[in-house]
Ligand binder design. Structure first.
Ligand code: NAP
Length: 316
């Protein structure tokens, strides 16, 4: 079977793929163009795409009777693939849940600490040669230990964040989630998003992207937050309405933000770049070699299951 891997991946992943498939590795780190996506559906049995490869309705419509029967996505988030349109075209879709959980929760904790404790601002001060030495009222931030965390989307990553916050930092954990959820640590589910927003010191976003959650965090939610509270987004950029975030920060409705993802990624608004109280990371959630290797091996396992006509381990 012919397998297209749309970006360079760690060596063990490629080796495993080569053992089973006739593999083409696209030697380009940018997302596929529309023409490349249409061509991929015509020429390959399986495509292993990732973030930014926008397999939307229009792409599937432009590739009738596709040769491709599986999109084995590299990543747990698959909002760049129109799964309904893929299924209608006879194409199955898989993802890589679990492999990403701890690494992404770790990045959330890092952003929580960085924004609360003004780490980016402090580092910029040192690098610019502007640090004149320690003094008792310098760069005073929000003490995170013991504070209240709100998690929006209490799934695998949301729970991993809650666990770290509760057991590691003695935080009280509250959450908002689509369905009722029991979690294995003390946490209170709140049914109204603005009620959660108004009662926490840190609000962390961990829902999947897509039409259902687009702009879920808008002015209404941010205006409900307390002025000393911080917003952290490790989910997908367009879950947060970026214009409203800029306004909330400019107007002092919230104290700061830590962002790993952006509404129009990789474009980051100059307004955010110019704010000292915003921590900006370049979508680092899963950026560790062993994690990216585990994700790739999981995607290849799905491709192998497909080739062997056995049930797909991670169908979506
Ligand atoms: P997950 O286990 O499916 O958890 C998602 C949670 O969000 C579920 O508990 C779900 O509720 C809840 N949810 C979904 N839609 C909702 C809505 N409209 N309102 C409220 N809650 C809603 O997924 P995960 O593995 O934790 O991953 C979450 C997302 O993180 C991924 O989809 C991906 O986009 C993002 N991510 C980002 C990075 C990064 O590099 N920054 C890395 C990995 C993942 P139910 O219980 O009702 O299903």
């Amino acid at each position: 079977m012919k397998l297209l891997i749309t970006r360079p991946l760690p060596a063990p992943v490629l080796a495993k793929a080569h053992d089973v498939f006739d593999v083409t590795i696209r030697d380009n780190t940018a997302p596929l163009s529309r023409d490349e996506m249409i061509q991929s559906l015509a020429e390959y049995d399986i495509v292993l795409p990732t973030l930014g490869d926008l397999y939307n309705t229009e792409v599937f419509a432009a590739a009738p009777n596709p040769r491709t029967k599986l999109l084995a996505n590299f990543g747990v988030g698959y909002n760049h693939i129109d799964v309904t349109a893929a299924h209608a075209a006879g194409i199955e879709v898989t993802n890589t849940p679990g492999a990403v959980t701890d690494a992404t929760a770790d990045i959330a904790m890092m952003l929580m600490l960085m924004t609360c404790r003004r780490a980016g601002e402090g580092e910029r001060m040192v690098r610019a040669g502007n640090w004149e030495g320690w003094h008792p009222t310098q760069l005073l931030g929000l003490h995170m230990s013991g504070k209240t965390l709100g998690v929006v989307g209490m799934g695998r990553i949301g729970q991993a964040i809650g666990q770290r916050a509760h057991f590691g930092f003695g935080m009280e954990v509250k959450f908002y989630n689509r369905s009722a959820k029991e979690v294995p640590f003390p946490a209170t589910q709140i049914d109204v998003l603005t009620d959660l927003a108004s009662s926490v010191d840190l609000l962390v976003i961990a829902v999947p992207g897509g039409a259902e959650t687009r702009h879920m965090i808008d002015a209404t939610v941010m205006n409900a937050m307390q002025p000393h509270a911080h917003l952290v987004n490790i989910a997908r950029g367009d879950v947060v309405k970026e214009d409203d975030l800029i306004a909330a920060l400019s107007d002092g409705k919230i104290a700061g933000a830590g962002l790993d993802v952006y509404e129009f990624e990789p474009k980051v608004p100059q307004a955010l770049v110019g704010m000292e109280n915003v921590t900006l990371l370049p979508h680092l959630g899963t950026a560790a070699l062993e994690v990216r290797t585990a994700m790739g091996l999981m995607a290849v396992d799905n491709a192998i299951a497909f080739a062997n006509q056995t049930p797909l381990p991670n169908a979506v």
